[in-house]
Write a protein that binds this ligand. Structure first.
Ligand SMILES: CC(C)(COP(=O)(O)OP(=O)(O)OC[C@H]1O[C@@H](n2cnc3c(N)ncnc32)[C@H](O)[C@@H]1OP(=O)(O)O)[C@@H](O)C(=O)NCCC(=O)NCCS
Length: 159
């Protein structure tokens, strides 16, 4: 799987060499309360679920896919390096994650996010959080906002 954006960015599956970069990128957003932190150990264990976007060989963005059931996956840890936003690369990462879900024959993809209009531009629509199975919320035990979650749930059907 390789997808190219208008910035000559290439999306590819992550590998063990990306762990440190992924850690720094995610940690930066975790400190701002936008993402949940991921330790290097967890990243290493879950590396197969990550895609990265590269510009001239430098990783400038990432995203991951978590299986939540037979028919549902969640986009997690989606983020771009400052200076590379608004250039279509985040959307390419979403395309790559959708392609990954399609390969696994999963029909539905969701995210919990503050970037609602970004996801709407990528074919998602807002849904009630309550429609999702309990498995969606397992990650929330690690979230400081777990009892006051203000993220919006978005969903897209994969055709
Ligand atoms: C959200 C994010 C991944 C988008 O990546 P990107 O490369 O900037 O996105 P694209 O260039 O493909 O798309 C840009 C469009 O999305 C919209 N958008 C980008 N970030 C947004 C945000 N935080 N909220 C709402 N809309 C957003 C822009 O308005 C833009 O619309 P336009 O094309 O009409 O101008 C990136 O801005 C980012 O890393 N944000 C911080 C982390 C984050 O919020 N991640 C989502 C967690 S699920």
């Amino acid at each position: 799987m390789k997808t190219t954006s208008k910035l000559e960015a290439v999306c590819r599956r992550a590998n063990d060499h990306d762990v440190d970069t992924l850690f720094e990128l995610i940690q930066g957003y975790a400190q701002k309360g936008i993402m949940l932190p991921r330790s290097k150990e967890v990243l290493k264990r879950q590396i197969d679920s990550f895609v990265v976007a590269e510009v001239e060989g430098i990783v400038v963005g990432c995203g991951s896919l978590t299986r939540l059931g037979a028919d549902l996956v969640e986009i997690r840890s989606l983020g771009m390096t400052e200076g590379y936003k608004g250039l279509g690369v985040g959307s390419k990462l979403v395309d790559s994650l959708i392609a990954m879900a399609k390969e696994q024959k999963i029909p539905k993809i969701m995210a919990l996010t503050y970037a609602v209009s970004f996801f709407e531009k990528n074919g998602f629509h807002i849904v009630q959080k309550e429609i999702f199975p309990e498995k969606v919320w397992t990650d929330c035990v690690n979230c400081p906002k777990q009892h006051a979650c203000d993220e919006i749930a978005v969903l897209r059907m994969i055709d």
